[in-house]
Design a protein around this ligand. Sequence first.
Ligand SMILES: [Zn+2]
Length: 460
Amino acid sequence: MSCRKSGRIAVPLLLVVAVVALVGFLALAALRAGPSPEVAVEASAKAIGRKTAVTVSAAEPSRGLTRLRVELIQGERREILADKSYAPRPSWSFWGPRTERDRIVVEVGRDAIRGLRAGPATIRATAERAPAWLRGPGPVTTEIALPVRLTPPALHLLSTFHYLRQGGSEAVVYRVGESATRDGVRAGSWFFPGRPLPGGGPLDRFALFAAPYDLSDSSRIRLVAADDAGNEAEIPFVDRFQPRRPVRFTFDLPDSFLGKVVPAILSQTPDFSDRGGLLENYLGINRDLRKSNADELVALAAKSRPAFLWTRPFAPMLNAKVTAPFAEHRTYVYRGKTVDEQDHLGFDLAVTRAVAVPASNDGIVVLARYFGIYGNTVVLDHGYGLMSLYGHLSSIDVREGQAMKMGDILGRTGDTGLAGGDHLHFGILLGGLPVDPVEWWDPHWVRDRIARKLGWKLGS
Ligand SMILES: [Zn+2]
């Protein structure tokens, strides 16, 4: 009896619970719109120029994104740059797939949008909220003002007679407009930054630059000035260009040579991973370690002091026999087979053993240690990206940070690193690019090509 009585009460109670649950569920589905997404707009430059990247990011982790639109607004004009739709999670569901966040990158500028005019403009990003049955809440909008600038900075060449040899160096003097934020000389894949001209007006600039030893097309050497919107003025300014005559040399690799240099370099280079065999390790050193040493010299040049630390032409190194010239192209032969090719980017000078090595000019020691293929090495900074390198030393007599005068002894010649016998590897680098040292040793060249252009009086 008692069982039947309680059953009669339980049925309506269950019904009430079910109805309440259904009403709650319907109300939730009807009213549960998604929360406001977070929208951010960021530009890669302070203005729209030729090509400015604009990044729009949106996030709504609850029900997910529905739609994201990016527009450019300029006066009456409204240009849709991107428009993306997403399927949000249904309003009645607490699980299921959704797009929590997205990132859209659009290129805005003269190249991408036809008829773009100079003047104020706005980038607007609009993200829609996930709707409910009965409610379609308003979207979220984020805007940034981004003016359109299409005129490159002014650029005037002031110096004359830009005579350049492939692998050689040169100076140029010029004036930029006020909107310039980056200027200098582009030579193939290299860029030599301009600097304020000592003693010049506020917009007068100069650059020391070089024609890379492997660049034979002088039309790829340009004076450039760019603004922060990517508008760039450029001037071809090389008056005369002398291509380099190629010098080739075949380098035989006897096992005795590999057995001498490879273990010594590996023991001094903890970052180098052992490739197993003697030849494999030699090739790793000749290719990868050579490349990483070159990259390190570029990084070192970026920290060069913005001043001329020298006042006289560079002193020729030692009274020595030249055993390898600048930019000699080397073919490496092992047991009759060509195994590698590289360019030798300095001068090899041989006298006798352990000869004292003088600094070729005034400067500051920026590297004094074992340095990969160059073995025990000293690098001097001469300012404005100009450096000299002394490799394969048997001993180093200086420390980093030390100021040197021309002729001060920095170490002794040796055969450390990739060297068959006792000699000095001497290099001059500009912005980390090895250049022909012969010019810097020549007082006439230094006077005509550098000092005169920059309005200096040279010491002797
Ligand atoms: Zn050398």
